[in-house]
Design a binder for this molecule. Sequence first.
Ligand code: SF4
Ligand code: SF4
Length: 188
Amino acid sequence: MSTAPARSCGSCSLCCKVLRVDELHKPMGVWCSHFKSGVGCSIHGSHPASCNNYQCLWILSPTMPDAVRPDRCKVVMSIDDGGRRIIARADPAYPDAWRQEPIYGQLKAWATAYWFKGRTIYAMVGKHMWLITPKEDVDLGEPDERSPIGYEVGPDGHLKVTVFPPVPEGVEFDPEAVKAVMGHVPPR
Ligand code: SF4
Ligand code: SF4
């Protein structure tokens, strides 16, 4: 999808399937109509800016092994929201791919390293989403992307997670409003 500074995509095109492309009204989890097998992007050069600008974590992290190139492990990992979220999006044809090693171990290691540092880790299959914490993976269902997610740690050590109603278009998400109800607010 993009030209990388240290690595190239090679024969991988998985982001053309798993990512949403707003300019094309392309939903997540389905191949872009401009993707041609064996060719790649059939409108390369006039493809949308969001495609041109996209770089997955495998591209950005030269130390990640070749085995986790997205078309090989069936998971596209992205850093999002100004660095506050890491999202592992599995190819819907391989919905358990994010639970396989070495991807799952990497997600847990990030969750452990970043849980108290303002960066949250998610897995997605289509619109279905999981919050990955050091201790557990919380099934969030299919939350609206404008829905704030709040959580608090219960006395048993497990999380209570609330998915709030979507923030209307044009209204800024107010983390303090969620904090007033719940203990913490993972950035979205
Ligand atoms: S998922 Fe990553 S490696 Fe694959 S085509 Fe997209 S940017 Fe390139
Ligand atoms: S326009 Fe091209 S680069 Fe963008 S998603 Fe479609 S096939 Fe991929």
